[in-house]
Design a binder for this molecule. Structure first.
Ligand code: SAH
Length: 243
């Protein structure tokens, strides 16, 4: 597995170009957070770095994939919460199709409200669970890439997400500093899903008032079809993670 450092300078520039929409998103998030506690990160500066900039950690990899396919990407963001990274990708890449899948209804509804307010035309928000939706023909092996941030440990994540990915497509997973160790424990699960580990990129997010966060992005590539029995029901995935 390669281990490279990720540079987020061009992502920062791109965010600036979409500041108007992103500031509105930030305001909606802060207002909603006061009602429901959607996220612990709640100052505009923290939101900009820890949500918006972090959401673009996968951008260079996705840009490359888009160049390779020669078409606008179809991306599924799983367990998207208040819309990260999915809605940020939708804002900065209006030509890509972003589907956002979230199990909690109030969070999916918040995302719908954000899409309406910002007039995003390239998003579909689904309220549902990955392990169920992954078995629908309409979604199975239909996406160029899946993304997931703060959803589950790697073996669970591999099982929940890789059935959605086309052969040749990618799984992008936002992880903390111990990603490499986590990936080692997920080797077998990733292989059973018909994928392999492609890369792991490390990066640091820095804001004024808190410690820098050392993070990483793990990338898996789908090389053959995921066996139809996966993903299993959630209770079984949790109780008996693939190993
Ligand atoms: N990606 C967002 C939210 C992370 S919290 C962020 O980084 O800010 C994880 C989210 O995944 C929660 O909102 C939870 O409701 C959702 N979730 C958990 N299990 C899921 C599943 N099996 N399918 C779909 N969503 C799920």
């Amino acid at each position: 597995m390669n281990n490279n450092k990720l540079n987020l300078d061009s992502a920062q520039t791109l965010l600036e170009e979409h500041r108007q929409k992103l500031d509105r998103f930030s305001e909606l998030l802060i207002a909603e957070n006061q009602k429901y506690n959607l996220t612990r990160i709640d100052s505009p500066e923290q939101i900009w770095v820890r949500h918006f900039l972090d959401s673009l950690a996968g951008l260079s990899v996705l840009n490359e994939l888009s160049k390779k396919t020669g078409k606008p990407l179809k991306i599924l963001d799983i367990g998207s919460g208040a819309g990260f990274p999915g809605l940020v990708l939708a804002i900065i890449r209006p030509q890509w199709q972003i589907t956002s899948l979230e199990a909690t209804e109030k969070k999916a509804n918040f995302q719908k409200m954000v899409c309406d307010t910002l007039e995003l035309k390239n998003t579909t928000i689904l309220n549902g669970r990955a392990e169920a939706v992954a078995h629908h023909a309409q979604f199975r092996q239909q996406f160029d890439a899946v993304t997931a941030r703060a959803l589950a440990a790697m073996p669970v994540l591999a099982e929940l997400s890789l059935g959605f990915v086309k052969i040749g497509g990618l799984g992008l997973y936002w992880k903390g500093p111990s990603a490499n160790k986590e990936v080692q424990t997920a080797q077998a699960a990733i292989k059973q899903m018909g994928a392999k580990i492609e890369n792991s990129l490390s990066y640091t997010l820095q804001t004024e008032d808190v410690e820098p966060a050392n993070l990483s992005l793990v990338i898996c590539k789908k090389i053959k079809a995921t066996p139809t029995q996966y993903p299993r029901v959630f209770g079984i995935i949790k109780k008996k993670p693939l190993s």
